[in-house]
Design a binder for this molecule. Sequence first.
Ligand SMILES: Cc1ncc(COP(=O)(O)O)c(C=O)c1O
Length: 359
Amino acid sequence: MPKTSTENRAWIDEAIRRVDADANRSADTHLHVLPIPVPGIELYLKDESVHPTGSLKHRLARSLFLYALCNGWVGPNTTIIEASSGSTAVSEAYFARLIGLAFVAVMPASTSAEKIALIEFYGGKSHLVEDPGQVYDEARRLESECNGHYMDQFTFAERATDWRGNNNIAESIFDQMKAELHPIPSWVVISAGTGGTSATIGRFVRYRRFPTRVAVADPENSAFYGGWESDRSDFTTCVPSRIEGIGRMRVEPSFVGGVIDEMLQVPDAASIAAMRWVSTILGRAVGGSTGTNIWASLQIIDRMRAAGETGSVVTLLCDGGERYLGTYYNDDWLIENDLDIAPHLKTLEEFAKTGIFTP
Ligand SMILES: Cc1ncc(COP(=O)(O)O)c(C=O)c1O
């Protein structure tokens, strides 16, 4: 990006004002209590689906735009490009429109139709690739082809987000826990796509010297677990994750293993069973990665119960289920994808009765 001219500087000032004004108009997301029959232990859901663009990625997209604008990487004629599994692209399309720029999302062809429609609703274009592993190079290629700027969430998520505060997701959670029975959570359980959310929460917990531990739940076929377990950042897998938004075939640059205390692998059928189970309790549909978070949270809660521990556990409701009606909420799709959720649903129903979770 050439040196910033005076005109560009005025345009950048106005663009930043608009992004800030959007934040100023937005309320913080809720923290729900999810009732569980385990005496002395409470489970909380941080509801990121209520952001204007419906997912936790609204925060990240805002940070990435401010980071790029303040670095002088984006000007009045820049086309914004992102490689995404969908959620980030939906949020980035919103911010691109807010500051009057074109937006192109490079996504796997398997991305849900609902997400593609949402990106186009915000004025974005979808550029689909057959091989999910190709999204990075294709985004880079488009960037050089059309005076573009590749936002590259996988590299910059952990850098663009202010992990010390500034109303990041961690600060918001700890603020909202202040009046609870166990205000300092024993555990925060999240899953990883870029790894940015777990990096932010893990750093914040250490920075504020809270005793809280951070656990990351990983779906099938993801490289994060293997990479963390073997301390290898070059760990890869060759099959893409089936739980949209989380699990990657490589350990993404924004994944910071050093701030994670534990990782748990969650079967995809269990993620979808937990997604449906918690949707019934909440009375509204949640997304697949929320199911992954819930299943792992119940594993940790059961371990606390067995050890006679009391305390609170916080996890994330990452996005709404309306984006997955054609997949995770469709029984034919489950059969086509060989996902039998019945045994996992039984485990959850047993837990609801007894408070004992035996996956
Ligand atoms: C639905 C959903 N859940 C969870 C995540 C994981 O968040 P992060 O990228 O901060 O690791 C993503 C990321 O794209 C997502 O789309």
